[in-house]
Design a binder for this molecule. Structure first.
Ligand SMILES: *[C@@H]1O[C@H](CO)[C@@H](O)[C@H](O)[C@H]1NC(C)=O
Ligand SMILES: *[C@@H]1O[C@H](CO)[C@@H](O)[C@H](O)[C@H]1NC(C)=O
Length: 225
């Protein structure tokens, strides 16, 4: 663990970045613990000893492998948006496994510089049925402790996939810009193949899912077109 960060909830909240991990430990030691939560009493010119909640993030809570025997298949991976910040990867994995079964991995997306959760996660399944059940639901109720939040679920879209129809033959070998999340498709398409496949009756209403610079800091990883 190189850098740890914590969050205080006052009227709002603040992020504190420490030089050393030992400072975070010293802060935790100075806190009062109540129902698994940490509080520190702080005083200002107007308020004396106001308890503020401290939320340290342990870097080892960012990833959880539930079933190491299954290879991680990005095409059986979902993106979970709006994940409450204190939720750990192990908890996200348990919740999704209880709902859909077959979870092999869960990850909490963290800021590349600060390593603090960004409020999104990924869950990989070992089988197609669980994956399809999860993306078909679109929304999932995340319940854990005093967390109870409806969050959005989408297929995890990669930006380095070939068109599944032409394998690059009709688009000069470029990576496919579109993914169709409709369960009758669930494929990557180049512009040409998207148009061809979706001119078929019943498919004209499918909407492409496009990946948008997820690894660049502070951008929204996905958008619906
Ligand atoms: C962080 O996680 C590691 C591994 O699970 C654990 O050994 C350690 O005690 C945790 N640190 C804190 C401050 O909870
Ligand atoms: C998926 O596509 C099928 C056939 O193209 C269509 O009937 C169905 O409504 C679509 N599903 C969604 C969720 O849009």
């Amino acid at each position: 663990m190189a850098v740890q960060l914590l969050r205080c909830v006052l009227a709002g909240y603040a992020f504190l970045l420490f030089q050393d991990e030992s400072s975070v430990q010293a802060l935790i030691d100075a806190c009062i613990q109540e129902d698994d939560k940490l509080y520190l009493c702080v005083s200002s010119p107007t308020i004396k000893d106001k308890p503020v909640q401290i939320r340290p993030w342990n870097l080892s809570d960012s990833d959880f492998v539930m079933d190491g025997s299954s290879p991680l298949d990005p095409r059986k991976t979902i993106f979970v948006g709006g994940v409450p910040r204190p939720l750990r990867a192990v908890e996200l994995a348990m919740i999704m496994d209880r709902l859909y079964g077959g979870v092999c991995y869960a990850g909490i997306d963290t800021d590349p510089e600060l390593k603090y959760p960004k409020g999104a996660g990924r869950v990989a399944f070992s089988n197609q049925q669980s994956y399809i059940a999860a993306i078909s639901a679109r929304f999932v109720q995340l319940q854990h402790g005093d967390i109870d939040k409806r969050v959005e679920v989408k297929p995890y879209v990669l930006d380095d996939q070939m068109c599944d129809e032409c394998q690059g033959a009709r688009c000069g070998g470029k990576f496919a810009p579109f993914f169709c999340a409709n369960v009758t498709c669930l494929q990557y398409y180049c512009e040409h193949c998207w148009a061809t496949i979706h001119s078929r009756p019943g498919r004209e209403f499918h909407k492409p899912l496009v990946k948008e610079g997820a690894d660049r800091p502070r951008t929204v990883p996905f958008r619906w077109c």
